[in-house]
Design a protein. Structure first.
Lengths: 85, 302
């Protein structure tokens, strides 16, 4: 599990390398080109998807929706969102 | 400058997060079975994700009333990954199992997630008769145009001209139009979406589950390992880009009486060039579903 937090919007992107199979769908369909393949391989020998440029993320949910293996998802920062309202 | 902006930025990693993050559908997944056995980039995982989002977000049916049945095939394993009640039924007989559940317990909502080979080659008769009786169930058919599990033989949905293991010079017979079969046999809700249109697919599943009666949702999926490789359509990414270009939104008014407007067009060498998607049929004044008729008949005899 690798957790990234956006510096301004405060939402999280979590990538789970034990589930990822490296199909590249999230990397291809990310509209801001934030994601990329990792340099290391995981325990099953795949090059997994990792968040490379979290500052560009716009929280469009495309990666979570495209992933067939439930390996990448968005974590909401519920406390801070409640404080804004 | 371009190379600098492409650098990997590791400053946003949080080593010790405040809480443990989970996938939004984690509580509905059977964690022992994950990761799935599917090939990397398979559309079945996306379909399961869309179904789980539909039952947790868009429709208000309680989870203990949903019943997942699946047949044999790659898609048949879907009932094993979902943490709901269900059967892994015998080959082609997913619909009779679900009919039994629905008739014995009318408040239950059976959902059948199965493939085109299971539902439309061996199970075609069961499908037609369930649609004729208007049994209250939701059928999600993942159509990848080939028999994926057994090694890429041609299925009844393989388009004309497509190459497969048993048709190496291109298929010569005509394929089924699955939505056409469902509408002709009396289904009261019919929709078709590709795996690229995730949100629309998820909302259509929720709408079909809220609908009282037989609802059919066809999902056009990618089998890049057997179908894509033999027809030079590339990997999972290339096939989903093809779906993105080929999809064409239609509704009931656009189709009218000419049901052949919903035919999928495939050209050898180019792949799918036109896939009509959308909700093709939704009957507002719903005819009585089968379990209600049975209850009425019993009361009449008494």
């Amino acid at each position: 599990m690798e957790v990234h937090q956006h510096p301004e919007k405060k939402h999280y992107i979590i990538t789970d390398e034990s589930r990822c199979k490296g199909c590249g769908l999230c990397i291809e369909f990310c509209p801001k080109d934030c994601l990329g393949y990792s340099v290391e391989i995981n325990e099953k020998g795949w090059r997994v998807s990792k968040m490379h440029r979290m500052k560009d993320c716009i929280k469009c949910y495309m990666c979570e929706r495209m992933c067939p293996d439930f390996a990448i998802f968005i974590g909401e920062n519920t406390k801070e969102e409640g404080a804004k309202d | 400058m371009a190379e600098q902006s492409k650098k990997i930025d590791k400053s946003t990693i949080i080593e010790k997060p405040i809480k443990e993050f989970q996938h939004p559908q984690e509580s509905l997944l059977r964690k022992k079975a994950i990761p799935t056995i599917y090939c990397p980039g398979c559309g079945i995982g996306t379909t399961i994700n869309a179904f789980l989002e539909a039952i947790s977000k868009y429709c208000q049916i309680p989870h203990d009333q949903i019943f997942v049945v699946s047949g044999i095939g790659c898609t048949g394993r879907a009932s094993g990954y979902v943490n709901l009640d269900g059967f892994h039924a015998i080959h082609g007989r997913a619909i009779p199992f679900a009919s039994g559940v629905e008739i014995a317990k009318p408040p239950m909502k059976p959902v059948i997630i199965s493939g085109d080979g299971d539902l439309f080659s061996i199970g075609l008769g069961h499908f037609a008769h369930a649609a004729r009786r208007n049994i209250d169930m939701t059928v999600i058919c993942v159509n990848n145009a080939i028999y994926g599990l057994t090694g890429g033989q041609d299925a009844p949905t393989t388009p004309v001209g497509a190459k497969s293991r048993t048709t190496p010079y291109g298929k010569i017979s005509f394929p089924f139009n699955l939505s056409h079969i469902a509408i002709a046999n009396g289904a009261t809700f019919c929709a078709r979406y590709t795996v690229y249109e995730y949100v629309q697919l998820s909302k259509a599943i929720a709408r079909g589950m809220n609908h009282q009666g037989f609802s059919f949702i066809e999902v056009i999926s990618n089998c890049h390992v057997h179908f894509g490789r033999r027809n030079n359509l590339g990997d999972a990414i290339a096939m989903r880009q093809m779906f993105k270009k080929a999809r064409k939104r239609m509704n009931e008014k656009d189709i009218g009486l000419d049901i052949h407007k919903t035919d999928i067009i495939f050209e050898a060498g180019k792949g799918f060039t036109k896939i009509p998607t959308g909700i093709f049929l939704e009957e507002r004044d719903e005819p009585e579903e089968f379990s209600e008729r049975i209850i009425d008949a019993y009361e009449f005899i008494k």
